[in-house]
Design a protein around this ligand. Structure first.
Ligand SMILES: Nc1ncnc2c1ncn2[C@@H]1O[C@H](COP(=O)(O)OP(=O)(O)OP(=O)(O)O)[C@@H](O)[C@H]1O
Length: 303
């Protein structure tokens, strides 16, 4: 069996009585790329910051590489790029990278780090003068400067252009190929689909799905009904149909995600919704995600 890089046992984090993370249990094997998905406020950042030892859980246990995350020996073996990347004033890109390399006993070379962050031509620029996307790439170089065993990336590709994103994901796959564990959050589901070995979906602080991208997509959830709606159909008329929460429009074409498309189509017909060119199919990851989130919100509402 592979070694466990991360262990969460019944972890809960409360802020003023409100649970940001609610009884979350999760094991991550070394060498896996895990994408943590969930809508805004689902608890992804809070989960990562507890795994990193930046926040303590209200209850439950967190282990990183088998140890307490706050243990200094563990901290040297991990790298993190959090949402706000800030750069040091008065230092050039190469100087900033070298400063971080000096913290570690076996850092990657400056050349490697400039290459994987795509910052070779910017190496002599002041870090503060970089664009937002370039600063995130610098943040990535700093996160991996020590050649960490586990890399945490909180929405890493925000602000990056398409070329930078591609280089970035290639680097992540290469690192995973070298046995590194990568935990990332993203709102770009196609990226999670392409890069992750495993997808963990969180909603309202709870785990709602866990599997490979194809397992998540193949689940009973994530089926989609789409149709062209007649002029009388509005978001309000659709939301009055049982089982409809989110209505997605594209011109007159409507898309409804549901865990039970059979029941939903019957309900739409019963309500005399004016529809033509009806299609029912398994959705992509985006659809699976929408349906999972919608289902757990409905369950929460029903409690
Ligand atoms: N320091 C804090 N004090 C009080 N509430 C907090 C604090 N940090 C987070 N929360 C709350 O905990 C919940 C989870 O927040 P968290 O930032 O972990 O979500 P997220 O999934 O990372 O969201 P996003 O996708 O928007 O980054 C939210 O309701 C948030 O308002």
């Amino acid at each position: 069996m592979k070694k466990l890089a991360i262990q969460l046992e019944h972890v809960t984090k409360e802020y003023k009585g409100k649970k940001a993370v609610d009884d979350l249990s999760l094991n991550v094997e070394s060498g896996t790329v895990v994408a943590l998905l969930g809508p805004n406020g689902a608890g992804k950042t809070t989960t990562i910051s507890m795994i990193l030892g930046l926040q303590l859980p209200t209850s439950g246990k967190v282990k990183l590489l088998g140890e307490d995350p706050r243990d200094i020996k563990v901290r040297n073996r991990i790298g993190a790029m959090l949402q706000d990347v800030s750069v040091i004033d008065n230092l050039k890109v190469a100087e900033t990278i070298n400063l971080f390399r000096n913290y570690y006993s076996n850092p990657l070379s400056l050349e490697q780090l400039l290459h994987i962050s795509g910052l070779e031509t910017e190496m002599n620029k002041m870090a503060i003068s970089l664009s937002g996307g370039q600063q995130r790439r610098l943040g990535f170089a700093l996160a991996v400067a020590g050649d960490p065993e586990i890399i945490f990336l909180d929405e890493p590709t925000v602000g990056m252009d398409i070329t930078s994103r591609q280089l970035f994901w290639e680097t992540i796959r290469t690192m995973a190929g070298r046995g590194r564990t990568v935990v990332l959050t993203t709102h770009y589901l196609d990226e999670a689909d392409n890069v992750a070995d495993r997808i963990v979906v969180i909603n309202n602080g709870k785990l709602v799905a866990d599997g490979t991208p194809s397992e998540i997509k193949a689940g009973t959830t994530g089926r989609v009904i789409s149709f062209t709606a007649g002029a009388s159909v509005t978001t309000e008329t659709l939301q009055a149909v049982p089982g409809v929460a989110n209505v997605e429009w594209s011109g007159r074409r409507v898309k409804l995600a549901s865990s039970d498309t059979d029941r939903l189509i019957v309900a739409l017909i019963e309500k005399n919704i004016d529809m033509c060119d009806i299609e029912i199919k398994s959705g992509g990851l985006e659809d699976a995600f929408q349906a999972l989130v919608q289902n757990t919100n409905e369950l929460k509402g029903a409690v």
